[in-house]
Design a protein around this ligand. Sequence first.
Ligand code: NOJ
Ligand code: CA
Length: 552
Amino acid sequence: MRLTYTADLWWKNAVVYCLDVETYKDGNGDGIGDFRGLTQEIDHLRRLGVTCIWLMPFFPTPDRDDGYDITDFYSVDPRLGTLGDFVEFMRTAKDRGMRVIADLVVNHTSDEHPWFKEARASRDSARRDWYVWQDEPDPVDPKTIVFPDKEDSIWEFDEKTGQYYLHTFYRFQPDLNVNNPEVRDEIARILGFWMELGLSGFRVDAVPFLIEGVGGDPHEFLADLRAFMNRRDGTSILLGEVNLPYPELMKYFGEGNGDEVTMCFDFIGMQRFHLSMARRNPRALAEALRERPKAPDDSQWATFARNHDELTLDKLTDAERQEVFDAFGPEKDMRLFGRGLRRRLPPMLGGDPRRLKLAYSVLFSLPGTPVLFYGEEIGLGENLEAEGRMAVRVPMQWSTSGGFSPDPKVSVPSPDGEYGPRNVNVDDQRRDPGSLLRWIMLLIERYRESPELAWGDYEVLEAGDDAVLAHRTDAEGGTVIAVHNFADREAGVELALSGLGHCDVLVDLLVDGSLDLRSDGRVTFTLEPYGTRWLRASVADAPPEDTSALSQ
Ligand code: NOJ
Ligand code: CA
């Protein structure tokens, strides 16, 4: 397939890597990660093959929700560096060929933001209407409370002015009123500011909540934001946190027009992936892939196994969720909010390297743009001693001694034991050809060389064995097939591949090897327990050029 397309619509087969500057690398030895430290480690990301870095909130904050409570949208938290350090980081990332996006958290501010302080000073304050106030709050359905361990309402009474303000999340995060044109202008100004400093877009926090309550058509607001970005930089993206069933979610792409959020996380696919891993049977994931609507032409699905929050299983049935809990979170302390797990993937899988390699092979072969959470590439574990969702936000592990900081002062210490720095770190895995790091580097390299995986029309194939997921992607005459055995036993695979009469061989992409493709399109082979195979349909000895040129 033509690679020029993939340079234009770069996000459609990007490799996104999410990190928190605070926990990544301490550059000045004060115990907290910072932009200078991150910049010094940038070649780790380049070597890995990351094409887009997603920075979690790095703005001034009282840090009561790990930075998702912002007091100034136009600067850098002094603990993490200065705007100057930020710009140096951006420049270095650009030099290494990587784009950068950042969290856009404008559903709410911190209650210590000057805007909110002004708004709550009096009912007549010029900023009063920047937030959402009510005399008597509407009754609250307990199911809509996002953090039920800490909150029992989404309305908080403000003593001084005698009204309630809306807070979708914690009470110290008052919701902005996006019905107010001044607030909308300010949001655009925030986007414009960071784009001017080189950001290629934003991961938009809590999109459904952001547009909820907007009068008229709430999607017009998103389309307006998108149009504003297009005017400033047509190659910038919005990556939306939209955890909704597929039919509702499609509205956030702007339905067929694709004029709202550029990419949406596939939360449904993620949850069915974990259910499939737990069951050692890929049916649930295969169903999700079959159900998942096609994203509009210039849009894309973002696929992921883990993120910085609880591993939410809220879209599974109660019985399915219980299956995942039993398999991956047997102890109560591993679960959160009754709907998720506060664990990272390697401990969930009992540290079995075969299963871990399977999991990431599946992730990188899935149609969409993969998003990694920092440390996944080395199999970082969690620290259950930490509170709630913080368990997975441990410092990055660079060397046997940790290497994050000489004297870490972040809220979550590295785990001890099996997942501690002595056993899990970048240095060791760089040297070990059998490591998870090297496996993920290979997957990324092959994923980038095989844009069909991300761009292509895909089809889940009959594989001849219940434990096997086989899917095929086709784009512009190129065909890639990925086959994965979810079970701890050998599987006999039988595929029937149509329309490949011009090909005579399936070439392995992850190992040396190939399979003859018979003229009837049938292939049979055996996959080892948790085995994985990526195959490209080819003609023996064909040159790997732009296939569009051959048809002219
Ligand atoms: C979603 C973010 O992912 C989460 O970490 C945060 O606590 C809430 N939004 C509130 O901003
Ligand atoms: Ca520091």
